[in-house]
Design a protein around this ligand. Structure first.
Ligand code: PLP
Length: 392
């Protein structure tokens, strides 16, 4: 039996390959330190769980509005106004989705025609490519380089714009590199989008996970950008709620009018009692998140120092998210081989850059979503294993 042609360009996730090796080794009784993780290692704060439990016990178990419960849309609109300086109508310009992943999917499905080109700054969170393919669009990769600290160069993007270019994807803080784009580069990206009449999908899921003085600036705030920007955000990372599947889109009504019809006919709505947890996450106490961010900063500082000292490894200090994207080209083997070697020799799982698009080769994504103690052991083990490799 045949399957859809469009699936030819939709591979099984590269990160899963590492996960499968990790599972195999763990089943064999090997102790693996997992630095391949793409989610906070903290539990969801208790008060958020309690809000969902209360919702369940009060019988909040039925469909909600396709847009999401008004309480959550109001909380999102309030957050966008207070934190980002953006005004969106909670009735028509905010859609609660089943995670930011669905938000990316409905954005591409709702705005792109077959053959339209989408600019993707690469390496990147891998799902942008398949989402573009599933929409029939053509992803066009723009390489980000280690030497430029993974900050995009405007001329690299401009050189790839054609009459078919319809959308630019911007993700800051960035997965997998942890780079935070400053206001100056975002302003230039905004101008480029305006000059070329592009939509900007602004993936801000790591927005609060910033550890230095650089403030997060939302793309929608630049003059002329609100009507072309689709803000994608969610609860997964900042409240450690990845399994709750809660995200959202905020955009001009001319855009959400299209997106809602994809959401309506696929998800219908995000899980009802999870949405009540989402309200509590946004408007309830923020102490747990503040503590989590402080701990991530402590780990970032430690891991950056440790990775910089590894033999044959170069690192740029990431300003946000919870990843380092370290360059291993000087080790004389492919990053895929190094990842496999580190897993088998050191019992440390990391993801080779090839899992993050077309331009991640030569690098490894090292997540610090693991305890400080485990990070110390992992760094020690990586150091010994790489020294051994270089002496072979
Ligand atoms: N965007 C980026 C950049 C991510 O790294 C992720 C998850 O890893 C997502 C979106 C998806 O998040 P969610 O769990 O809300 O679907």
């Amino acid at each position: 039996m045949q399957i859809a042609d469009r699936m030819a360009d939709v591979p099984f996730s590269g990160i899963r390959k590492i996960l499968e090796s990790v599972n195999r080794l763990e089943q064999e009784g090997k102790e693996i330190i997992r630095l391949e993780i793409g989610r906070p290692d903290f539990d969801t704060p208790d008060h958020i769980k309690a809000a969902a439990v209360t919702a369940l016990s009060e019988g909040k178990v039925h469909y909600t509005s396709n847009y999401g419960i008004p309480e959550l849309r109001n909380a999102i609109a309030q957050k966008l106004a207070e934190e980002n300086g953006l005004s969106y109508s909670p009735d028509k310009e905010v859609i609660v989705t089943a995670g930011a992943n669905e938000a990316v999917f409905i954005t591409m499905m709702g705005l792109l025609n077959p053959g339209d080109e989408v600019l993707i700054l690469d390496p990147c969170w891998p799902a942008y490519y398949p989402c573009a393919h599933m929409a029939g669009a053509v992803p066009v990769s723009v390489p980000l380089s280690f030497d430029n600290g993974f900050v995009p160069r405007i001329e690299d993007i401009a050189a790839r714009i054609t009459a078919k270019t319809r959308m630019l994807v911007v993700n800051t803080p960035h997965n997998p590199t942890g780079t935070v784009y400053g206001a100056d580069i975002l302003k230039d990206l905004a101008q480029l989008a305006i000059d070329n009449d592009l939509y900007v999908l602004s993936d801000e899921i790591y927005e609060r996970l910033i550890y230095d003085e650089v403030a997060h600036v939302s793309m929608g705030t630049f003059p002329g950008m609100r009507e072309r920007t689709i803000i994608v955000n969610g609860m997964s990372k900042v409240f450690s709620m990845t399994g709750w599947r809660l995200g959202y889109v905020a955009a001009n009504q001319s855009i959400t009018d299209s997106l809602i019809r994809i959401h309506q006919n696929t998800m219908a709505c995000a899980t009802t009692f999870a949405q009540w947890g989402g309200v509590e996450a946004l408007i309830g106490p923020q102490e747990e998140t503040t503590k989590m961010i402080a701990e991530f900063k402590r780990r970032r500082d430690f891991m950056f120092g440790a990775m910089e000292k590894l033999p044959g490894v170069r690192a740029v200090k990431p300003g946000g998210a919870f990843y380092l994207f370290v360059n291993v080209e000087n080790l004389g083997r492919s990053a895929d081989e190094i990842a496999t070697y580190l897993l088998e020799e050191a019992g440390v799982a990391v993801v080779p850059g090839s899992a993050f698009g077309k331009h991640g080769d030569g690098c490894l994504r090292v997540s610090y979503a693991n305890s400080y103690e485990k990070l110390e052991i992992a760094a020690q083990r990586m150091s010994s294993a790489l020294a051994k490799l270089l002496n072979q």
